[in-house]
Write a new protein. Structure first.
Ligand code: FES
Ligand SMILES: [Fe+2]
Length: 355
């Protein structure tokens, strides 16, 4: 089975939202993969997600109220719990018994890990199917930080289809042009690079190596030492970069999530065990923002050309990771469609580029 040109992967965990944005007793509406979703956090701290459409007359449930346990629809007051079960229909009089099970709303599997709320976007959202099997995969997790939440988060919206944001994120040849700045890359600072890549869970990993273009930012983060780095990518659009200098570890997780066909959210999340780094956050935040906005700017400009639907090119080896992304995305799609296990098509290989 061949997928269409632009498609969203299903039956996989997506980044939903940062846990800190959802307080106890509150709900928050968000569109993911074009689907309206209502996230809520019960008074006991548990997070849930429901389809944000009342099964009675279609009004968003987010227009209603939440008492920390149940959502009450704003139109006729039907009530739903976090699993999507209808618990009350106020218009019924005594003796009018309806089987409330028939009036539930679709719910989504959610997990909160290391400060992030992940949501499993299955391909079975149209039927309310409470017997849906647990997914075989777990949501992504960064190593070495246990259950600790992140220390840094920055969110940016890119006005493009998800693939362009993912490909931009893993593109090794754009840095000297897009991220040209005194604190990151100076003009003409080009180097030939050779990196070993190995297949890894639902993706591939650039094996651990010493950083060879030591920008002022890396120098600062390494505390004078040249850090080592390892970067992994996994579907649907998760990049985890670990930076180590001695005992110091700084890990960032970047999650690229499609909100719709034309809008993609990028969450840049960081964890570290370097005590002094926390004090620098107010200083570093503008740089992180500027960096992400450099990527956003090219995506905005790219959209001007993409409107004309030009054929696009991927060259070796600079764009090999982008090729791999499309290969693993298509393989995942086929594996789901054929009801079989994902077989990683990536083979161990050294990629070379100038960047
Ligand atoms: S539309 Fe929600 S209760 Fe009627
Ligand atoms: Fe970039």
């Amino acid at each position: 089975m061949t997928p269409q040109k632009d498609f969203f992967l299903r039956n996989i965990w997506y980044y939903g939202l940062p846990g800190s944005r959802l307080k106890r007793g509150k709900m928050l509406a968000k569109t993911l993969l074009g689907e309206p979703i209502l996230f809520g956090r019960r008074q006991d701290g548990e997070v849930f997600a429901l389809r944000d459409i009342c099964p009675h007359r279609g009004i968003p449930l987010s227009c209603g109220r939440f008492d920390g346990k149940e959502v009450e629809c704003s139109y006729h007051g039907w009530r739903f719990d976090g699993e999507g079960n209808c618990t009350e229909i106020p218009a019924l009089v005594e003796g009018q018994t309806l089987d409330l099970k028939r009036f539930g709303v679709n719910s989504y599997l959610v997990r909160e890990i290391q400060g992030n709320i992940w949501i499993y976007m299955s391909d079975r959202q149209t039927d309310r199917d409470l017997t849906m099997p647990e997914p075989e995969m777990d949501p992504p997790r960064v190593a070495e930080f246990g259950d600790r939440p992140y220390q840094f988060l920055e969110t940016v919206h890119f006005p493009c289809f998800v693939d362009h944001a993912v490909v931009g994120l893993m593109d090794p040849a754009h840095s000297p042009f897009v991220h040209r700045a005194w604190w990151w890359r100076s003009e003409g600072n080009f180097q030939e690079q050779a990196r070993l890549f190995v297949p890894s869970l639902y993706g591939f990993t650039m094996a651990r190596h010493k950083i060879d273009i030591v920008t002022p930012m890396y120098r600062l983060l390494g505390g004078g030492r040249v850090p080592e780095t390892e970067i992994s990518f996994q579907l649907p659009g998760i990049r985890i970069e670990e930076l180590r200098a001695g005992e110091s570890i700084i890990t960032n997780l970047t999650a690229v999530t499609p909100l719709s066909e034309t809008e993609t959210e990028v969450n840049f999340i960081a964890y570290w065990n370097v005590p002094w780094l926390g004090a620098l956050v107010p200083l570093l935040r503008p740089f992180a923002k500027a960096f992400l906005h450099q990527d956003r700017r090219v995506v905005v400009q790219q959209q001007i050309g993409l409107k004309h639907n030009p054929p696009l090119m991927l060259i070796n080896d600079a764009d090999t990771q982008a090729k791999w992304y499309y290969q693993i995305k298509n393989e995942f799609f086929r594996a789901v469609a054929e009801g079989r296990k994902f077989e990683n098509p990536i083979k161990e290989r050294v990629l070379k580029w100038r960047g």
